[in-house]
Design a protein around this ligand. Structure first.
Ligand SMILES: Nc1ncnc2c1ncn2[C@@H]1O[C@H](COP(=O)(O)OP(=O)(O)O)[C@@H](O)[C@H]1O
Ligand SMILES: [Mg+2]
Length: 293
């Protein structure tokens, strides 16, 4: 698997031939891809005003060193964190002073009604949105104060994200999707590691399938594998089973819990499912951009 120009904005990858996909250079504008996804989310909110900028990468990338950079053992620490979006009627205050800590290895459910700010919270902790007030520290890094370069590093090293809508690259096979974060980080064993984690999530027999040839549950398993492939110390999951039927969702959740427990990663998981919340160490409830409990 060869890596072309390793420009963070416009990486050009040469994908390996693997059965269904012959070797060919392919331009992957990772940032733009997820930015489009995010715009889709925004469009659904039927807001006609200017959108907040979507400075995003694949959302999850690579963890080389999972050590917190400060003496604290907190993976996540929010102090009076705020997030506002611009709109034609003025600023919309979406997160209105959130205090939250997540310890290493802790598994926390995030609940709350639609529009309460759950996705915004995940996006802010994942570095996809910048806090507009207060302080957000992830592995000791103050994300607002950090440079874009530092934030990208943090996302590549330490954070995995799973979205409700999978967000796989349609033109890539399961193996290529999972290998992508490692390729972007310049690993030369990305293919082997991707195959290993796909095996682990039960997709060893689907390596060369493209997303369109996979069921919803399988696509989400690919996304879970992609989020875990680099061994993140924080997994962020935004309604990961929200698009799946109950049984399929429970299977995907089992895999996520097993991976988190086995690797010692912390997890923040947005869910409306009480059975899922009950499996977490702690539940926080958001309402109107504030933490209730
Ligand atoms: N990019 C954005 N621009 C403007 N408003 C937004 C944007 N993203 C979210 N919002 C608004 O923020 C509020 C919280 O949204 P969200 O975090 O998606 O909530 P939840 O995930 O709990 O349903 C909603 O009122 C939503 O319309
Ligand atoms: Mg949401």
């Amino acid at each position: 698997m060869r890596l072309g120009a390793l420009e963070p904005e416009h990486p050009v990858l040469t994908l390996p031939g693997d059965g269904n996909a012959p070797e060919k250079p392919i331009e992957v504008e990772v940032r733009r891809l997820v930015a489009v996804d995010r715009r889709y989310d925004n469009a659904r909110r039927s807001l006609s005003g200017p959108q907040s900028s979507a400075r995003t990468t694949l959302g999850q990338e690579v963890n080389i060193a999972a050590q917190p950079q400060s003496a604290e053992s907190c993976i996540v620490r929010l102090d009076d964190a705020r997030l506002s979006y611009p709109s034609p009627e003025g600023e919309i205050a979406v997160l209105q002073g959130v205090d939250l800590t997540v310890a290493a290895g802790e598994v926390v459910a995030v609940t709350g009604p639609s529009g309460s700010g759950k996705s915004s919270l995940i996006a802010m902790i994942g570095g996809l949105e910048s806090p507009t007030g207060g302080r957000v520290r992830v592995l000791g890094v103050d994300v607002a104060a950090a440079s874009e370069h530092e934030r990208t590093h943090l996302r590549r090293r330490d954070i995995g994200i799973v979205f409700q809508a999978y967000h796989l690259v349609p033109a890539m096979t399961a193996l290529q999707n999972v290998a992508l974060p490692l390729m972007l980080a310049g690993h030369d064993d990305s293919r082997e590691r991707a195959a290993e984690i796909l095996e682990r999530v039960g997709l060893g027999h689907r390596l060369t399938h493209r997303p369109s040839a996979l069921s919803g549950g399988e696509q989400q398993r690919v996304a879970v594998a992609r989020a875990f492939v680099a061994g993140p110390s924080l997994l962020l999951a935004d309604e990961p089973t929200g698009n799946l039927d109950r049984k399929t969702g429970a299977g995907v959740a089992d895999t996520m819990f097993a991976l988190v427990r086995d690797t010692g990663a912390a997890m923040l998981m947005v869910t409306h499912d009480d059975a899922m919340s009950a499996r977490c160490d702690r539940v926080i409830a958001l309402d109107g951009g504030r933490v209730l409990s």
